[in-house]
Structure formats: structure tokens, C-alpha cells
Write a protein that binds this ligand. Structure first.
Ligand code: ATP
Ligand code: MG
Length: 446
């Protein structure tokens, strides 16, 4: 095995084994060990009832939060380990947890409640597997397969539809044929799943290496929770810039984007308003005038519906809204945008524009991509040279302006803004003496 079982997990297994309880590593960690990937947590299952587990760890830090569901968390050297009694579970009506659980005496029954064969493998400390559903073989074959009857499993908990797609996107595995068919057929089960649970899976999915393929193969699933995607999936665009339809363009752009939730969401939604803005001219060329603003409005709604946090939502909406702005590679313009957006959002916007171009006809975009590189280089220089970008950087402040003779009040801010404007556009240098001289000659709009 490429990765060692940590001492903490080892000790817990040994303690419970010594007390006479069957205990195994289970779920994600076993799957990841078999895939040759370092597990990020170490879940443990045991025949011991929760109280019995607690008895084994008297004097150690034990957290009881999951007790009702059979989970005891033990802290070993600051690391939390979840120890869960063998159990089956009732349906997940809506919440994050099953409605009820029932403890069961044997491991196989516990493994049978798990979603996919690769997640239903248990391992002891010697590395021996208990793998009644052939999960290890499916991992070798890179297949995602339901434990048991796929239809039934997706009907018990609709979130599994998203989990199947998430694992496919993150691992690059295929979904086995019957399971894949059941994913399509049971997608409406997602209507019963809490938005937060869909959100969490979607975020992991979108940054997966195969997110594009999953979007290609399962657009119907995404439309289930975001019906606004439907018209984009069907959108044809007859336009010399575009060699693909709306959905394929979106996917190409998303695939070219770094594995970052904000950027991937932005690319998924950047053209969502195109279908509503489509017009066709006399030559038969399609246009999408005003689509960034419409896309931004729709994106805002969609992200709210899926309960995204404000920070992510606001940034995605901003980037969607601006994705098509003209950005000539001139320092004056770049400073203005750095001032308006801040450097983080500005560089994200450059990235959005770069990958948006990657989703268009390649022979058409070479010059634009070169221009974006130039803008990036200039922006980096502007920042490295700590050039004046905001009121904070201006060589004069409000007190200076008042001392120079401007009445205290809103006019002070307006004068400062005007001076900043002129510095940004290189009309005047950011030098105190010069700015002070200009204070009284600065005409504001008021
Ligand atoms: P990750 O690497 O993202 O943590 P994971 O498989 O460990 O993946 P968890 O959500 O941590 O996912 O769940 C732990 C285990 O619990 C899974 O491996 C699986 O056996 C089981 N499980 C989780 N969610 C479900 C579900 N919705 N239905 C059935 N079994 C589930
Ligand atoms: Mg896990």
C-alpha cells in the first residue's frame, strides 16, 4: 500500500478489537487506498454499540454529535476519527441525515446500505478486504456501480444521483451502464434533496478532471435543479466566432478554466442568458446582444436557489456580467479596471476571458489570446510598481484638499475622485505638489 494507516486509526481499531468488537476501516478511505490516493479522513465501522465504543475510550476526548446515528467521534492527537456502529438506514427525506437508522449485527448489512461498490469495502489492519459487492474489481475497471438495484438505491436517496456524477467527474471513472441509465431515469429524485446537499456535490463535481464529460453526458441531471440550463443545452449559434453550440462552447470554456469553484461556475453560467437574447440577421448570422447582463441576472437567481454563499455568488455574477467587456491593452484602461474591480477580480476576469476564447473557433482567437497575455503582463507591472490605483494611493488626501481651500463636505470626495481619474488616465502624475496646485482648478460635476 502506498499510504500508511495513521497511528490514531490503528490504535482505535486495536482497542476495539481487543475489547472483542469487529472493527474495520470503511468507505472513502479504503476506496482511496485502493486507488493509490491519500485518504483525507479515516472512517471506522464497528460491531460495538455507541455506548460500548464510548466505554472503550473513557478518559479520551470523545464527541457525541452523531450519537443518534451511531457515530462516536474520538480525538487522537487532535485528529478526529468517526466510529460508526454497523447500521442500516431509513430514507433521506430532505435533511442531511437519514430519517432513522437501525443498528445491525453484521458488517455485510452495513456495507449493503452504502451507495456504490467502491464505497462499500471494509479493510482490517492487515489490509484484508471485506468486499461483498466486488468494489475492488470496479475500482480496477474504473467503474461506478450501485450496490444492489440502482433504481431502488436512487429512489431511497436522490442525492446519490449527484454523487455518482461527482465521483465520475473527480475520478474520471465511467458510470456502469445500468447505473447510468438509472441516473437519468431517477434524476427527478433530486427535487426532494436539500439545496445545500446538491450544492456541496456540484462544487466538487465542477472542479473534477472530467467535469466536462459529465456535463456532456448528463445535461438532463443538471437541468433538474437548474432548469435555466435547458435552452442553453439546445442553443445553436450560427456565428463565425463559434464552431460549437451553446452547451459545447460552455463545456469547452469550463474545461479550459482552472479547477476553481468560482471560475468553473462562472464558465458554466456565463452564456446562460444567450438563448433569451438570440436574434438572427439577414445573412443568417446569430447575435446575442445584451446577453452578459441577462446571464448575470439568471446566474444570480440560480446561485441563490442552490444556496451559494454571498461571496461566491457575488463574484460569479460580477464575472458573468463583465465577461464580454472590451479590454484594450492600454495601461490607462487597465488601471481603471483594476480600480473598479480590485486586483483579484480583475485577474479572474482575464482568466474568464481567456478560457471563453478557448471555447471559440481556434483560428479566430489567436490575436485575442495574445492581447490578453499582454494585458496580464501590464497589469502585473502596474501592481509591481505600486502605481496609484485607488484613493488610498493618491498623493493627497481629504485633509490636504480642505487645507487647500475646499469646504469640508461631499465636495472633498468629489475633488479627490476627479484627481484620481486624471492620475489613472495618466493625464497628471501622482505627485503631491502638482495635485495640490490642481485642487482649486478641479471642476466637479456638482
Ligand atoms: P469523500 O472522499 O468525498 O469523503 P466519501 O465516499 O468518503 O467521499 P462521505 O460523504 O464521506 O463520502 O461518506 C462516507 C461513506 O458513507 C461513503 O464512502 C459511502 O460508503 C457512505 N455514503 C455517503 N453518502 C451516502 C449516501 N448518500 N448514500 C449511501 N451511502 C453513502
Ligand atoms: Mg469521506
Amino acid at each position: 500500500m502506498k499510504f500508511e494507516i495513521p497511528d490514531g486509526a490503528r490504535r482505535i481499531l486495536q482497542t476495539l478489537n481487543n475489547a472483542g468488537y469487529e472493527t474495520y476501516l470503511v468507505g472513502g478511505c479504503v476506496r482511496d487506498l485502493l486507488r493509490g490516493v491519500e485518504p483525507h479522513d479515516w472512517d471506522i465501522c464497528t460491531s460495538a454499540l455507541p455506548e460500548e465504543t464510548e466505554q472503550c475510550f473513557v478518559g479520551q476526548r470523545v464527541i457525541e454529535t452523531g450519537l443518534k446515528h451511531g457515530t462516536v467521534t474520538v480525538l487522537v492527537e487532535g485528529e478526529p476519527y468517526e466510529i460508526t456502529t454497523y447500521r442500516t438506514e431509513g430514507p433521506y427525506s430532505d435533511s442531511r441525515r437519514p430519517d432513522f437508522v437501525r443498528f445491525v449485527p453484521n458488517l455485510e448489512e452495513d456495507l449493503a446500505r452504502r451507495d456504490f461498490t467502491m464505497n462499500a469495502i471494509a479493510m482490517d489492519l492487515e489490509g484484508n478486504l471485506r468486499d461483498p459487492f466486488g468494489g475492488a474489481d470496479d475500482i480496477k475497471a474504473e467503474l461506478i456501480r450501485c450496490v444492489g438495484e440502482p433504481d431502488q438505491r436512487f429512489q431511497e436517496d436522490g442525492l446519490r444521483v449527484m454523487r455518482a456524477l461527482r465521483f465520475a467527474a473527480v475520478f474520471g471513472y465511467k458510470i456502469e451502464k445500468q447505473t447510468a441509465q438509472a441516473v437519468h431515469e431517477n434524476r427527478a429524485m433530486l427535487n426532494r434533496v436539500a439545496a445545500e446537499r446538491i450544492n456541496a456535490e456540484l462544487c466538487k463535481l465542477l472542479v473534477g478532471q472530467s467535469a466536462g464529460d459529465v456535463l456532456r453526458q448528463y445535461p438532463d441531471v443538471f437541468c433538474q435543479f437548474w432548469p435555466q440550463l435547458g435552452p442553453l443545452v439546445m442553443l445553436e449559434q450560427n456565428n463565425p466566432w463559434h464552431c460549437w453550440g451553446g452547451w459545447e462552447h460552455t463545456i469547452h470554456a469550463l474545461e479550459a478554466a482552472p479547477a476553481d469553484v468560482t471560475l468553473r461556475l462562472t464558465m458554466l453560467l456565463h452564456d446562460i442568458g444567450k438563448p433569451a437574447c438570440k436574434s438572427t440577421d439577414e445573412q443568417g448570422i446569430d447575435h446575442f446582444y445584451g446577453h452578459p447582463a441577462v446571464s448575470a441576472r439568471l446566474a444570480d437567481k440560480m446561485l441563490r436557489a442552490l444556496k451559494f454563499d454571498n461571496k461566491t455568488r457575488e463574484r460569479v455574477v460580477l464575472l458573468v456580467e463583465r465577461h464580454d467587456v472590451q479590454l484594450p491593452p492600454r495601461s490607462q484602461v487597465i488601471r481603471r479596471w483594476l480600480n473598479r474591480l480590485g486586483s483579484e477580480a480583475f485577474f479572474q476576469l482575464l482568466e474568464v476571458k481567456r478560457v471563453d476564447n478557448m471555447g471559440q473557433a481556434p483560428e479566430k482567437v489567436r490575436d485575442r489570446l495574445a492581447e490578453l497575455d499582454m494585458i496580464r503582463a501590464k497589469a502585473e507591472r502596474i501592481l509591481a510598481e505600486r502605481q496609484c490605483l485607488t484613493l488610498k494611493d493618491l498623493a493627497v488626501n481629504g485633509r490636504d484638499v480642505i487645507a487647500a481651500g475646499i469646504e469640508p463636505g461631499p465636495e472633498v470626495g468629489r475633488v479627490l475622485e476627479k484627481l484620481l481619474e486624471r492620475v489613472l488616465s495618466e493625464d497628471i502624475p501622482n505627485e503631491r505638489k502638482i495635485l495640490l496646485k490642481l485642487v482649486n482648478y478641479t471642476v466637479t460635476d456638482q
